[in-house]
Design a protein. Sequence first.
Length: 263
Amino acid sequence: MSDKNKIPSDEELTAYIDGELSNAEVSRIEAVLGSDEHAAARLAFLSQSSLSFQQAFEPLLSAAPKARLDAILGILPAEARPVPARSNRRGFLAALAACLVAGVVADRAVIGIRNRVHAPDESNEWRAVVAEYIALYTPDTLAGPSPSAEAQVAQLARLDDKLGLSLSPEAVSLPGIEFKRAQMLQYDEKPLAQIAYLDPETGPLALCIVRSDVGMKEPDVEGRNGMNVVYWSNATHAFMLIGRIPIDRMQELADGVRARMSA
């Protein structure tokens, strides 16, 4: 089919309705309309649809948070901002689409700024990961005989190598609670030491340690996954003790570990 007899697209027909075509384009389209029923029917449909789009979308535009958009559009690059609306229907739809796109981009930009301002607390994130992991433990997870003093020393030495600490069985002991194992895990590509214990009444608990540069923080408490957590940090490492022991007792145990490791 030659370009002369090519069926006009909806865009071309809309431009024809809006009077935006050259004389040559008008003549070509009118020739096709005179010989093609499908093209003529499509023109009739588009002509019937030429109601006031401004009026049709007025409720949406009125409800738009104009003040908010005006404020946040300032953060957008020029190419992302909506162009002024033209008087015809295509211009209005283009401007409406541009506003919607700009709104999405602006919202994403604001979300990005909000995320930077309220950046996730790294210490909070690693504690959340540990809590999800420990929540899977049952007494059966740590069943079996406890390691000997020599085995404890060997296991803790492997943690020392990765974390740059000097841990001893005495420093990490919890009165009345069995030391079950010490193992090295990984969080966010950093070594994470886990020392697991088994309390005869409440079940598993763990002392976990990661390198940290957040600086000194006094012990604080929180609840995660049905467990109690005591957490703190020194100049080089962050610590958390997590388990189902009542929080007052957990604080006592954490204070003991903290004091012995600082000695």
